[in-house]
Structure formats: structure tokens, C-alpha cells
Design a protein. Structure first.
Length: 158
């Protein structure tokens, strides 16, 4: 009887500890649903791209697709031949109207580690971005070699 009671107490204590630990881990790792990064959650399609004055407007399909979720991003898009085989992923944070994006994965290994600061403005379900306001690689400011780029994203509705 004492062994059963001891076993039940140990089991209950272990389950309680696991529950408390899981709750603590989730509160540390899950962002607040009202955080500044959560306002951008969702799937976005690029419909306008202006790189150094060269403008491209989407016709039948988006120029690229971004998926954003609580500080994490991923994108995919076509290569110059139109094949959808390029992409990347990483983390981001928002500081006022500055989006700070770090590339952790990329179809192009040379892009891994870059940090791109972009100005952004959100108007309803349209996101306007001025990319490469600041660009860093291994703590070095490499903004001078970055193109001038303005893009327009629209949130997917379907």
C-alpha cells in the first residue's frame, strides 16, 4: 500500500513538473498574439517590385510569396526562367516602422547570415516596403552595395 501511494505521489509530482515546465517554456518561446510582429502574420504576394528604377508588376501570378508568422518568415518565387525554385527563411523583428530580417536558410548559400533592414508601412491588407535601408553581413555594414528597392505586398485572401 505504501509503495502504491509513493508511486502515485512520484507520478503526480512528475506530471505536475512536466506541466509547469512546458507552460514556462511556451511562455518564453511563444510571442504575444498582440506583438508588433503578429500584425504581419499571414501569406503575402508581391504585386509590384521596383529595383533601381526597373519596375515589374505582377500579372497572372505573384512575383514572390512571403509567409510570416510571429517573428519567422519564409519566401519562395521564380527564377529568371519562371520556375518556382527559389526561396529562403529566417527570423524578423519589428522596431517602429523598421523590419529587421535575418536570413538563416536560402537557395543561395551566400545570402545566409545577411540582415536586411527595411522601412515598412501597413495599410489595411497592403504592405509597402523600402528594402535595404541598412544591410549587414557578419556585423559589417554592407548597405552601400545594396540596390534601391521598393515593393508592394498584398495579403492573400483565399
Amino acid at each position: 500500500m505504501k509503495k502504491q501511494l509513493l508511486f502515485k505521489l512520484i507520478s503526480a509530482s512528475l506530471l505536475f513538473f512536466i506541466h509547469i515546465n512546458t507552460k514556462a517554456q511556451n511562455s518564453k518561446s511563444l510571442p504575444n498574439k498582440n506583438s508588433s510582429s503578429s500584425i504581419l502574420n499571414g501569406a503575402w504576394k508581391m504585386v509590384y517590385d521596383n529595383v533601381n528604377g526597373r519596375i515589374t508588376v505582377a500579372k497572372d501570378q505573384p512575383l514572390k510569396v512571403y509567409v510570416l508568422c510571429d517573428g519567422f518568415w519564409m519566401w519562395f518565387g521564380p527564377d529568371s526562367a519562371g520556375k518556382w525554385n527559389q526561396g529562403g527563411a529566417g527570423t524578423y523583428e519589428i522596431d517602429g516602422n523598421i523590419w529587421k530580417q535575418k536570413a538563416i536558410y536560402s537557395f543561395d548559400p551566400d545570402r545566409i547570415g545577411y540582415i536586411n533592414w527595411s522601412k515598412f508601412e501597413l495599410r489595411n491588407d497592403t504592405l509597402y516596403m523600402q528594402n535595404y535601408v541598412k544591410m549587414f553581413y557578419k556585423d559589417e555594414d554592407v548597405t552601400a552595395g545594396s540596390p534601391k528597392r521598393n515593393v508592394k505586398w498584398v495579403r492573400f485572401k483565399e
